[in-house]
Design a protein around this ligand. Sequence first.
Ligand SMILES: [Zn+2]
Length: 405
Amino acid sequence: MPFAQVVGHQGAILALQRALLAQRVPTAYLFVGPPHIGKTTLAKAFAQAANCESPRYPRGETSDAEALLDACGECQTCVRIERETYGDTRVLRPRRRVEVKAEEDPQKQELQAELDDALLDVRLIERLRMEAAASAVEARRRVFILTQAETMNAEAANRFLKTLEEPPPDLTFILTTAQPSRLLPTLVSRCQISVLHPLHRADLKAELMRRMTAGPTATAVEKGDTGAWPHLPPERVEQIVSLSGGALGRALNLVAKPQILQLREELLEALGRLPSMELWEALREGERLLDLTERWWLAEHPDEAGAEFLKRAHDTAVRAELRETLGVMQSWFRDLLALERVDLLANADRQAALRTVVAPAYPPHAALAAAEAVEQARADLRQNPNLRLLTEALMVRLLDLRRKS
Ligand SMILES: [Zn+2]
């Protein structure tokens, strides 16, 4: 989408427009900001503005210094960049290949999914380097986007650095990350850094309301998605805004996949009962957490490929999705440490239950220990071979930490 349609990030957009107009574009940008905040969207908007067939100058008719360059969003080049089918713009996302043997097909087969613990591995980076060394097919400026750049391991990052040291003149790399401290310092020092901030609650809410009344976009209709936006009751909008942490992408995901909100309700409801549970109930909740996580995977991946992946690589899928459900659990206990600051609560819609039911059972030191126990379980996901033991032990530990009455 053109810069003009990007919500927020005005400062970053202005800097990109000025660099394009002055034809002083750095070899590499690093977009830093929380997940789902629009880093890749902005990177694609930059690629469009750099290559659009009929660029616009919203502040003037010519490309003088006062005018600001933007893409039309409608020409073939803009459309292909949006769809990621334009050869001179690459969007590289971390993927993990999983080898599975299907019973009906003993040949080894590979399934691919974007998992939380996936890497931009050496193979992907090597392919990117080869493409970078070739010349542009049609672009004025090639743009290669590497999302979640922190998932490059040291070997991949060092190979990538070699390309940055001798960059092709017509190519700009845009790296995105939510965790810049995990990047090699030598890599960061070669990038121009642009920090993207979460939207204010009011702006995020206004954008959701605007989309609700505006109906589907032209691009959505073209994709066959002619359905208007679901009409969300005001309390649902508030809930989505408070859960999204200022990240538009996260909010849109929750609008598109309302089952996730239901699963979250189910999870938080169980956590709310924890203070009065018996041991056997906690053990059962440990088992139910795995079942809920499986349904969470299906809600996040509602297409056929998602179901197929779950069927054939069940452990991998559940393990990956547990990071999400455990993250929700962690936010629940962290909220107990900031109960009076509703603007800081991840589960602001549950403030009343947190205060009256959970806080008496988990005073601050116990809440902190509980959050740490969940974090430890998340860390153990990589090693622990038995997921059921892991979730059951976690629930028992959480039960143990509550104040004995
Ligand atoms: Zn265009």
